[in-house]
Design a protein around this ligand. Structure first.
Ligand code: ADE
Length: 249
């Protein structure tokens, strides 16, 4: 996959591409990337990229020309162009999986109050929100979106790690433990030391259901629980939870 990021602050994005798992994916040739500073396309000695909003209001708006010139240079029309914005469609694991199948993705990072609507209408295919809060920069949102999708591309991460993690079946992840066996007066659960694989799988499954019930009960209605898992859920939960969940499932 080729990822292009259009930004006024390349220094916010470069470390993501040159560190950790993304660096490995780039070194393996699974990901290629370009980071373009669209200020280079702006006119005048000051390379001004933003201006006050027509109609008044607080803050500045990114002007259309510098962005559209940068987009035309990379033939962006007809390609998947993402603009992270709090008013976009909410990002989730299914959306990340969909984007991970693209050969090329282009990200426009906004700053200030926003981006001229005509650029959005002309080029943007996906306006994406990463959550119901407002960030000061589109760079951090772009990095979050890219992080969730690139790791789903074949060869980036072992497929068994992906299967077990949160959201892979609309359930959250089970708790993990490593050495030492005792820490802060707390022991690793006996079952994990037992070597009994069936019991370990059962315990982990119970914990996923329990964790989802307590932290994100809204996910349970989408989780396709087997009859066994449903029964486990009912035994794990106290009476009040049971009444609630029976009305949801
Ligand atoms: N830019 C600012 N806030 C954002 C959000 N919540 N999601 C995506 N982009 C953003």
């Amino acid at each position: 996959m080729h990822i292009t990021v259009l930004t006024l602050f390349p220094e916010m994005v470069i470390p993501f591409f040159t560190s950790s798992i993304m660096k490995r994916a780039v070194d393996k040739g699974i990901i290629t990337y370009s980071i373009i500073n669209f200020r280079d396309e702006a006119e005048g000695v000051h390379h001004k990229c933003d201006d006050i909003p027509y109609g008044g209001g607080a803050g500045m708006v990114i002007m259309p020309e510098p962005i559209s010139k940068a987009l035309d240079k990379i033939d962006a029309k007809g390609k998947r162009v993402v603009f992270p914005t709090p008013s976009g469609r909410l990002y989730d694991q299914d959306y990340a999986a969909e984007l991970s199948k693209c050969d090329e993705l282009i990200f426009i990072c906004g700053h200030y109050e926003g981006l001229d609507q005509r650029v959005i209408d002309e080029y943007v295919t996906d306006e994406i929100s990463i959550g119901d809060y407002v960030l000061s920069s589109g760079e951090s949102a772009s990095v979050v979106i890219i992080d969730a999708l690139f790791r789903l591309i074949d060869g980036v991460i072992a497929s068994e790690s992906l299967e077990e993690e949160s959201f892979s079946s609309h359930l959250l992840e089970y708790p993990q433990y490593t050495r030492p066996e005792r820490y802060c007066n707390k022991s690793v659960p006996d079952v994990l030391l037992s070597g009994h694989h069936r019991h370990i799988t059962q315990w982990r499954n119970d914990k996923r259901i329990e964790k989802t019930m307590h932290s994100r009960p809204d996910l349970l209605s989408d989780a396709s629980l087997s009859v066994d898992e449903r029964n486990r859920l009912l035994t794990i939960l106290d009476k009040e939870d049971r009444r609630w969940i029976l009305s949801e499932l």
